[in-house]
Design a protein around this ligand. Structure first.
Ligand SMILES: N#Cc1c(NC(=O)c2cc(S(=O)(=O)N3CCOCC3)c(Cl)cc2Cl)sc2c1CCN(Cc1ccc(O)cc1)C2
Length: 447
């Protein structure tokens, strides 16, 4: 990141006297104190705990300064709202670096499409993209402020939990090109219905200049929400841009499009991926890449592993596996999301929580604190796994729907026995707890 502490203080209107601050460049900004390295700036956010509690830890890890909403003894930038300051700084940084921004949203496929667009543009430009699930009001500014110096193209994924989320992210990012992949295929969560999802996604017009372009599905559900005079390119059969000659092979696809003269091959199966790849090819085409560069970019795409997505158990039950960010806040957020989704007809809601690793001397307290995020009016069963989750089990006060496991085999066998076809089950915990082994087992065979 090419910003000095004094410049940052000025941009965020720090309330303390920043004229004494140095012109020293800040390597990066982190909100997880465990990621702080010497010279960094710490950003205390209100997660399950108030990030201000971790300012000492950040300085033990080498932080040079910290944002803060209250006076502290350490070198700090005093602001009213740390998150707002962070977002304001990201918006400033985008303007300062003048990087070209491509924004991608959609109910599913947005992560794959983001990965494919980045793969194509990387053939010609220095390109950076959203990492993991950093697609919300914290993750997007984090992505902006973590892009390498001299990045030319920035591919930003925009996630939506609530109405207005996308408008906010679009106003922050001011995209030069925007893509909406699909509308309302996933669970409706906090949005209510497909029309609201369409309206929410169309919020991507908020920061899109009228001289820029929106690429959107032919689905008429979005038509009533077009309010910007920008150019709109619709995709789908016989629309402005579309796939032709799609051939599905066991683990790759080949297809043509109506705007290129080459056959594209992508190293992934699934018809929907042809559409995602076609969108990426079109972005490359609009940004002046040759057909050869587009073809090569898509042939070498690296897809983000294990996206937070819905899977199916062999018996038909719905599995939500969230393998990202095993920290207390992420666990709370995914529990809120999971509990907000309606149960399947005649089905139950089950949750599997495994240890969050590397939480140091606060670990037992932070695991126990998850009790505040469990709504036993909604959840039918809670399975806890790992030595730290014992702290949560102990505060569950013998609730008959809460069980505790110390070994993976026993956990897996119990879930296989309990899980019913109409159930929904959430898995959340650090990768090191190997819950993906249980998930793979459920996907393969339930008996
Ligand atoms: N609450 C809390 C904590 C963290 N929360 C987060 O990193 C965090 C993650 C998320 S997130 O949901 O993971 N995420 C961020 C990126 O975009 C996608 C969504 C969010 Cl939205 C907000 C926060 Cl504040 S990280 C962290 C804690 C509390 C403990 N910390 C380590 C620690 C342990 C012991 C100590 O003595 C000192 C520090 C690490």
């Amino acid at each position: 990141m090419k910003l000095t502490l004094k410049e940052i203080a000025k941009v965020v209107h720090a309330k303390n006297d920043w004229s004494v601050l140095t012109d020293r460049e800040i390597p990066k900004i982190e909100f997880d104190s465990r990621l702080i390295e010497p010279g960094d700036l710490f950003l205390p956010l209100k997660g399950v705990r108030d990030g201000h509690d971790f300012i000492p830890t950040a300085f033990e890890n080498g932080a040079f300064a910290t944002f803060s909403e209250k006076k502290v003894e350490q070198t700090h930038l005093l602001v009213d709202d740390c998150l707002k300051a962070f977002q304001e700084l990201a918006k400033y940084y985008l303007e300062k670096t003048n990087v070209e921004v491509i924004a991608v949203t959609g109910s599913n496929g947005k992560t794959t499409t983001k990965d494919m667009i980045a793969a194509v543009l990387s053939e010609k430009y220095s390109t950076y993209k959203t990492q993991g699930n950093h697609n919300n009001e914290i993750g997007l500014p984090y992505t902006v402020l973590h892009m390498p110096d001299n990045t030319q193209k920035l591919v930003l994924e925009m996630g939506m939990d609530h109405p207005g989320d996308i408008d906010f992210l679009s106003n922050l990012a001011q995209p030069d090109l925007a893509i909406i992949t699909l509308i309302g295929e996933a669970h409706l969560e906090f949005m209510g219905n497909r029309r609201n999802i369409a309206k929410g996604k169309m919020g991507i017009q908020a920061g899109l200049g009228v001289e820029n372009e929106l690429i959107a599905p032919a689905d008429p559900i979005i038509n009533e929400f077009i309010y910007n005079q920008q150019k709109i390119t619709r995709f789908g059969a016989d629309e402005d841009i579309f796939v032709t000659n799609l051939v599905e092979h066991r683990n790759y696809l080949s297809f043509n499009t109506n705007f290129l003269n080459v056959t594209i091959t992508i190293p992934v199966p699934g018809k929907y991926n042809a559409t995602n790849a076609m969108l990426a090819a079109y972005v490359g085409f609009k940004m002046g890449l040759s057909e050869k560069e587009i073809k090569q970019g898509l042939e070498h795409v690296e897809l983000t592993r294990n996206r937070t997505e819905w899977k199916k158990a062999a018996n038909g039950a719905d599995i939500l596996a969230d393998v990202y960010n095993a920290n207390p806040t992420a666990m709370r957020l995914i529990l809120e999301t999971f509990q907000a989704i309606e149960k399947n007809e005649g089905g139950r809601k089950l949750v599997v929580l495994a240890d969050m690793l590397e939480l140091g001397n606060q670990s037992a307290e932070l695991h126990a604190k998850m009790i505040e995020s469990l709504n036993f009016e909604i959840l039918d069963k809670v399975y806890l796994y790992g030595p730290m989750m014992k702290s949560l089990y102990q505060v569950a006060n013998g609730n008959p729907n809460v069980s505790y496991f110390t070994d993976l085999e026993n956990l897996s066998a119990t879930i296989k026995k309990d899980l019913q076809p109409n159930d929904q089950i959430l898995f959340k915990g650090s990768n090191g707890m190997k819950l993906f082994n249980v998930i793979e087992d459920l996907e393969k065979n339930i008996s």
